[in-house]
Design a protein around this ligand. Structure first.
Ligand SMILES: Nc1nc2c(c(=O)[nH]1)N[C@H]1C(S)=C(S)[C@@H](COP(=O)(O)O)O[C@H]1N2
Ligand SMILES: [Mo]
Length: 242
């Protein structure tokens, strides 16, 4: 059974595991459900230990310091957009030779990619291994012909939310405008119909209900960056607060 924790290496899980098997064998509907939270926690503890031991292809540990693994994105709030694909427009503006806007249908006609990515929330949770489908930000930048003076990208979202990202991270292979996670559309709480994804910076940079990308020369700290969060937000340096 692959989901059995390695009890020799993690003896502290023994008691929980025995309890789980006891509960399973005693399983009676509601009682089993009520204990469900505890079962999830066992699995997550185990995933956290495993991820701490793993290395990324860039040599960094898979799990940044101070993070623990959870199994599903947690809805973290924000001022929601209307969520409707038919009303979606993404405007690509600023220091570009060819500003443009693209509808949801138009977005689907651009070259699509699927990237597996880990995301790291500044509150301490990480959700590993999500499969995100969408369009690379570097592709949108190429279409707009971003000028050489540009240094930063501002993600713009519903109701004036913004997040600033240096072009190095914005043009990373796994930095996307995305509309699917693990094959499913995003729920409204998670940014439907389309959100940004900058997985190698803390998750607040991944603007939900996205409306635009603006390329600029001078940095413009965004919504969270002007409310005490770090301007850059590298999880491996624990750039949590400014
Ligand atoms: N438009 C918008 N995007 C946003 C936010 C927001 O308030 N508004 N919050 C950010 C923060 S702080 C986090 S941690 C993630 C949370 O995404 P989730 O709710 O899908 O987990 O979205 C980010 N994107
Ligand atoms: Mo957040």
């Amino acid at each position: 059974m692959s989901n059995v924790p390695d009890l020799d290496r993690y003896p502290e899980l023994r008691e929980k595991w025995d309890r789980r098997n006891f509960i399973k064998s005693a399983a009676a509907g509601a009682a089993f459900m009520a204990i469900g939270g505890a079962l999830v926690r066992i699995a997550a503890d185990d995933l956290t230990k495993a991820a701490r031991a793993e290395k990324r292809s860039d040599g960094r540990p898979r799990l940044p310091p101070g993070q623990r693994v959870i199994e599903k994105l947690r809805p973290m709030g924000g001022d929601e957009g209307d969520g409707e694909a038919k009303n979606f427009k993404l405007r690509v503006t600023g220091l570009v030779k060819k500003p443009f806007e693209v509808s949801y249908e138009g977005l689907l006609k651009l070259p699509q990619v699927e990237k597996t990515a880990d995301v790291h929330c500044v509150t301490g949770w990480s959700m590993l291994g999500g499969l995100y489908r969408g369009v690379q930000i570097s592709k949108l930048a190429e279409i707009a012909e971003v000028k050489s003076e540009a240094r930063f990208m501002i993600l713009q979202a519903a109701h004036g939310f913004t997040a600033n990202v240096p072009l190095k991270e914005a043009f990373a292979d796994n930095a996307l405008i995305t509309y699917r996670l693990n094959g499913k559309p995003f729920a409204l709480a998670h940014g439907a119909p389309v959100r940004g994804l900058i997985p190698d910076l803390y998750f607040w940079k991944s603007a939900k209900w996205i409306t635009g990308l603006k390329f600029v020369k001078d940095d413009v700290p965004g919504y969270w960056e002007t409310r005490g969060y770090h301007n850059h937000a590298d999880p491996w340096r624990e750039e949590r607060y400014g």
